[in-house]
Design a protein. Sequence first.
Length: 875
Amino acid sequence: MNRDRLVIIITITVAFLWCFGSVLFQDRSFGFRDAANYYYPLFEWECGEWRSGGVPLWNPLDNGGTPVLADATSSVLYPGKVIFALPVSYRLRYHIYVTAHVLLAAGMAYCLARHWQGSVQASGLAAISYAFGGNVLFQYCNVVFLIGAAWLPLGLLAADRMLRERSLGWAIMLGATLALMVLGGDPQAAYHAGAMAALYAVLVTRQSEAEKAHKPVTWLSSRPTLLGVAAIAGIALSLVQILPSVEWTNRSNRRYSDTPRNIYEMFHSIEEASSPDEFIKDVKTGIFASPQPGTHLRHVYEFSIGPWRLIEFVWPNIFGRLFPRNERWSTAFPGESRIWTPSLYVGLLPFILAVLTWRTRRCDSRIRFASLLAVITLLASFGWYGIGWIIYELSESLSGQAPEQLVIGEPVGGLYWLFVTLLPSYVYFRYPAKLLVITSLCISLLAARGWDDFVHAKSRRLSVALVVVVSISLAMAAGFGFYQEQWKSRLATAAPDTVFGPLDIAAATHCVLFALLQAAVLGLAYWFLLRASHGRFVPTQSISILLVTGLELCVANGWMTLSIPGDIWREQRPLIESIKQSDDRETPLRMFRDSTAKLLPNDWSETTAASRLADVVSWERATLLPKHHLQSGLAIIGSHTTLTSADWQSFLRVFRAFDTSHTKGQQASLLDLMSVERNAVSTKNAIELDTNPRAFPRAWIVREIEIIPPLADRGSSEALDQRTREVFLEDGRKIRDLRSIAVIESDDLQSLQRFPNSSKSYIQDSCEITHYSARRVDIEASLAAPGCLVLNDSFYPGWNAVCETKGVSTDVPIYRANRLMRAVMLPAGEHHIVFAYQPVTFKIGVWISGLAWLITSGFAVRSLWLRQSTGRTVR
């Protein structure tokens, strides 16, 4: 191993341990956002399901039951999950799993930069900048997107070799990389990688038109064919994830909208509109107007990057730190969006080198590709801040007041709006800020080229750029110091954060000054290192520059990996203990805990504390914020998931609009119908559980049924809510008595003949759940006359029912009952009914993906064998 590679490894190791050493070698844990309250408990539950001997396909503890595999963020079948088989504690396995992908991102970025003909030092700079830049490093909080970021460089490497060498093998490698992204939980990264490969194919083809005269091209080696092979391979290898996810997405809240959201939904809207005027109105409302709050389209644009944040590429943390204290003064901006990553910083020198290298003319296709892609993804990350937003801000500035009505919606005209409107199925993805991972990779690759072009050559342009940064930074620091008191007085009225408390103005001031001075000091340091020797660039200079870059990224971004004490995960949870002491049953107790409600201690908004992250995790665990309920075995209504059933979302909307009595406990509630036995109620600084004595049992017998046709699949939220009100409410005012009647949605009228004496009550009827697990429910039922057995669990394709009567087993159809429940029709007598989850989509996907991986593995082994054989022949 040469010295340069050793220095790179040491630098990456030091940065890695700086950021993650506490969670790997101490009794510490991740504590921010989804790293603590989503993925940690979800993956722990999945490990328990694997230990029980089955694939985690169904989660009965979220909203009446959800197809957990179909939610891509579960990443149940991702090969990297083999880490969870290590013989260490679960927490350490989780931390290894997350942090290993940071190292993978660094390694893959290094390989890509080397393939792009970068020197060893330049490739090391790219690896450090990419993996420890804010946009990738902070994805430890969202590990599925970190997985996408880790495999992205390999995807570009495979695409480059596929297109330049016209290699079928590299097309399959690209497909395998896309499949790993999908299986790892980030299908949007796979979508982006595929689109990037197509764009790169166009650029490569334009540059190599003369290639046809020297090298014959067959249809199999043509670039469109290779792209098609890569797409087919990626789909086949990940079909076991794609099929369930597509089925779930089509039934999720992302599918439903009252107006068209892209050009493809416009065609459907033409068929549904009663007149041209109505169609035009729908298009204006859905595509060109501001998305309505609470809709999926509104969520699509959350976590947009405000254009003002671009200065973070030069001055890290200039807007303040987000946690553990509230030092983020930019949140006082009226237009500030939710923050996806608190730092965009990729290192001062890498960013300057990337800017100096950026060009789209008179360069090879790789530089043109990285330059175009950096700008496209950066502009698209603005999301909400489109042309409509600019018009809105200008109108407000000129008139002194906000316009009463916008001509167009805020995101309209922006690049991300174009993606949503024009790209197939892109509307199902969310969060523009995720595109900055691609921006970071492009910056790192351009920086690698810039290293070889400017650093080794000791370019005067680089020296001038550093001097400019130093001068501007010092001037801004002086100006800020002069106007500091006025700045502080303006921030004095900033609203407090509900979690991290009032804005710490002194700390925010320190962040601004430190960011400006850090850039100035670094600029001088880099300038000195570049000018230290007269003549040629010496090895010690490259070593020093790489070490300084690694160190500055640790200082600038290392705070984002702040950990919390590990003993928080061992704390007793009184709410759970009180429930377990008073409850002994086969089925999990079901409670309502609204994950969208601000069930937080009131004094958090009034105080600040260095331990606030630990306080948050402790509070969320103690109060059973989903997903913290999974290990307790409690079932939650109101649980948040990345894909939520449209039917359940509709029920919760109707419930919130109609029923406010669930906090009072004085009258019937729609939650009674969902077998909710406990309601989480917020007090001043605590959560209490109200017992609900009116909760329905989990299974019961009815003989009166009302048959209605299935809801037409028009994707309309209003039609869905209307059907929900129709089923659960009588005349929109009174709760329907679903203990005596079941509303069945089916076209199978012949099999669903109404029962005789449906109004008669049979005391001797009984039904009892004797076994309840994630994939199977057993019920013993005794009926004096034919009737309908209702199971209060989510209706979903893939569930099958078998009825055993007097030793004879018969398959019985499962009907959608009461919108959200399952029902089977039973004759009189003693029955043993087994509900089993056996989804066809999973079975088909397993066979096809399994065969595809087998073929791919065989192809890879053959290629390696041929390569080794060729090597031996040459020797």
